[in-house]
Design a protein around this ligand. Structure first.
Ligand code: ADP
Ligand code: MG
Length: 351
């Protein structure tokens, strides 16, 4: 899980390279492991044939969250939503939660209760039960680790690796809102601000964007629907940013992609925020992580059934591109019809 709230601790370690090295050295194929390191969650099976989905996330104060801009309840909510979203990306149903917590000297039981209130508020709609964890004192800040366990019917899990040439690329909801919300939270308050433009964003938009950042919705129902109807050939949740998460699908599936930037679903609040800061909202959508929307691919013969079914269920989906052969690379078609190479993480870094 990528860090966002505060300044990311400087490190010489590159997260994805490290995970790749750990994967090479320590993970071994066994029949009980359907999917190990390298997806949104692991999938294991038992002799009875059941498939279990497992995911864990660690959140660190000052790296993933900052108590200046979020309440303990918000932090708990987001932590649970991030884990729920990884289960959603596998097409699974979340069931049980384990929580490990390190509490700093300044932490009180009130803080802890607020944290759990937030976590359980995110879990409640999905009937996820807290079944255990661990507690320690911390000589630094807060550390919060969640492990979420769920199930997926055998052979119905969605992986990052199934995208096929010709598949449509889809995303749920709108993207870029969470980054806009984060930036609003980190901006100085309007009165003390040096940004007179702060005032031009309505309170409604401001609330919507900060809410999208602090209280994201995991797309559990959408993930289950995609897997149960076998609509999706691959899926991932948007936690690191569209550009980076799309790269995971392409690398794991050995395919290229053409992303249609003019089709990206942007909320009016995100557009208004971008206009007030002289930013390109497409840039926010490409680089902003933690929207926790689902990004997935659908074969051409399933697309009309998918779109019809989405309308019937009230799910919001947008087709934003097409899977291409590996040699095509990862490209973005600008709203003006120009084709660029899609950078690893940022629109600004087009080459
Ligand atoms: P996400 O952003 O979807 O939570 P991550 O980038 O955190 O995914 O993880 C990608 C994959 O690498 C997952 O399969 C995860 O279980 C695995 N992984 C991450 N960190 C470690 C680690 N320290 N040791 C072993 N596996 C890890
Ligand atoms: Mg994920």
């Amino acid at each position: 899980m990528a860090a966002t709230f505060g300044p990311k601790a400087r490190s010489t370690i590159h997260e994805f390279d490290l995970i790749h090295a750990l994967h090479q050295r320590h993970s071994r194929r066994t029949s009980s492991v359907i999917r190990g390191i390298g997806d949104d969650a692991a999938v294991i099976t038992s002799r009875t044939g059941q498939w279990t989905v497992l995911t864990t996330d660690l959140l660190t104060e000052g790296v993933h969250f900052n108590l200046r801009t979020a309440t303990m309840a918000d932090i708990g909510f987001r932590a649970a939503a991030a884990n729920l979203s990884d289960i959603a990306a596998m097409g699974g149903t979340p069931q049980h939660l384990l929580v490990a917590l390190a509490i700093p000297r300044t932490g009180t039981s009130r803080h802890v209760h607020q944290l759990y209130r937030g976590m359980m508020a995110a879990c409640h709609p999905h009937e996820v039960r807290l079944i255990g964890g661990d507690t320690s004192a911390s000589s630094g800040g807060w550390f919060l680790s969640l492990t979420l366990i769920g199930m997926v019917p055998p052979r119905q899990a969605l992986f990052r690796s199934g995208a096929q040439i010709g598949d449509g690329l889809y995303v749920t909801g709108t993207i870029g809102d969470s980054l806009a919300g984060l930036r609003l939270l980190n901006d100085p308050p309007p009165r003390a601000s040096h940004h007179p433009r702060n005032a031009t964003l309505s309170t409604r938009y401001r609330k919507f964007l900060t809410g999208r950042h602090l209280r994201p919705t995991a797309r559990i129902a959408e993930g289950r629907w995609l897997s149960a109807h076998r609509f999706a050939t691959s899926a991932i949740d948007i936690s690191d940013g569209l550009s980076g998460d799309l790269r995971h699908i392409c690398e794991e599936s050995h395919v290229g992609v053409e992303l249609d930037l003019g089709a990206l679903p942007l909320s009016s609040a995100c557009r208004a925020y971008a206009a007030s800061r002289n930013l390109d909202p497409i840039d926010l959508a490409l680089t902003g992580g933690e929207d926790y929307e689902l990004l997935f691919t659908v074969s051409p013969r399933q697309r009309s059934r998918l779109e019809q079914s989405a309308i019937e269920r009230g799910f919001s989906l947008t087709c934003i591109g097409k899977i291409q052969p590996l040699r095509f690379g990862r490209k973005a078609l600008s709203p003006l019809g120009k084709r660029h190479r899609l950078a690893k993480t940022s629109y600004e870094h087009f080459t």
